[in-house]
Design a protein. Structure first.
Length: 362
């Protein structure tokens, strides 16, 4: 395992490099640069006394707000403390589970499988194919020994994604083999509608969608996650086995306000689509320097750096000295050599980072 810092490791960066955490622009956390919604900021003060009572046990009002936002039925929604709690819960649904994970992948998937006494195997996206999904190969890799398939969609850190029309084919095979398919849609709010799997939940009970309000709503500190499935048995067992009141009263009220802010939601989607396109056009101009990128569908992009030049760690440290934190991807399996990831921030910040990268390889 090579040293690499997670996007939340700002304090560790401060300690090691002597750069004030308050001054660092984090291109590594994949959180929206627009900040929290004004409806939340203007309305949360009226809800502060909610901490004097326990949260609603079934989170009925919050599930209704989520239902209105994403189109899933309220009865098919389960709440969790961020997506992390739900990832852990669905993995632990089977004792010692046999799990296939699309890779390169978020390390918490395999860690939770190991904690559950299970075994992880991988369906690895290929660099020579632009880290795009080969649906036929994925389907062919499924066997009746598997209990669970985990797909991050859009993928972190590659930014590539599986269209819902292709996921439909994968789910059909999962149903045949009695495999639960957990689709982590942490970043789907940033993507086009064709990658949203919500409508498939009504067709395939094997589908368990996992979402979070951390990234798109710029609220990782609230720890709001939710799952969607029509498998009533799975819903009941996860609910019975996870901690009660895992979403606080204040987070509950804050999330309801954010989900009602349709102007904020529309603005966020519009900005990210525009900035993603703008940054990619600028990255195109860096190709003569040997810098390539995967086509991103979310709010971040994966770069492959030229060989025998400044390393991923070297670029990370060069950016840190300029108070910008990118993600060195050396700790991702298959990305050990020369890959970095950064999320799209405000235009002026993105331009400053791109100028630094260009200077480093010119």
């Amino acid at each position: 395992m090579k040293e690499a810092f997670h996007g939340s490791d700002i304090e560790k960066i401060e300690e090691k490099y002597g750069v004030s955490a308050d001054e660092i622009i984090s291109f590594a956390a994949n959180v929206s640069p627009l900040g929290v919604s004004s409806l939340y900021l203007n309305g949360i003060s009226e809800k502060l006394h909610c901490v004097e009572r326990y949260p609603e046990r079934d989170y009925g009002r919050l599930r209704d707000a989520i239902s209105s936002y994403c189109g899933a039925k309220s009865s098919n929604i389960i709440m969790g403390s961020g997506s992390s709690e739900l990832i852990s819960a669905v993995i632990k649904h089977h004792p010692a589970p046999e799990v296939m994970i699309t890779a390169p992948a978020y390390a918490e998937y395999a860690r939770n499988v190991a904690i559950a006494g299970g075994n992880s195997r991988y369906y690895s996206l290929k660099a020579e194919e632009g880290f795009e999904f080969d649906t036929n190969r994925l389907i062919d890799s499924l066997t009746d020994e598997l209990d669970l398939l985990i797909i991050c969609n859009p993928m972190n850190p590659t930014g590539t994604a599986l269209k819902s029309s292709e996921l439909d084919r994968v789910l059909e095979r999962c149903e045949e083999l009695d495999i639960i398919c957990a689709v982590d849609e942490t970043y789907v709010d940033f993507a086009d509608d064709e990658y949203d799997a919500t409508s498939l939940a009504e067709v395939y009970p094997c589908l368990f969608i996992i979402r979070s309000m951390s990234k798109f709503f710029s609220a990782p500190g609230l720890r709001i996650g939710y799952g969607i499935t029509t498998d009533e048995t799975l819903l009941k067992e996860i609910e019975e086995n996870k901690d009660p009141w895992s979403v606080s009263s204040l987070s509950n009220e804050a999330a309801i306000l954010m989900l009602k802010d349709r102007d904020y939601i529309a603005e966020s989607k519009k900005y990210m689509a525009s900035e993603r396109e703008r940054v990619c056009r600028k990255l195109d101009s860096l190709k003569p320097l040997g810098i390539t990128y995967t086509v991103p569908r979310a709010n971040f992009v994966l770069l492959h750096l030229p060989e025998n030049r400044l390393s991923a760690k070297g670029l990370f440290e060069k950016a840190i000295r300029e108070k910008m934190m990118i993600r060195n991807c050396a700790d991702y399996s298959g990305l050990e050599n020369g890959y970095v990831r950064f999320c799209f921030m405000k235009e002026e910040d993105d331009d400053r980072l791109l100028s630094l990268i260009k200077e480093a390889y010119t």
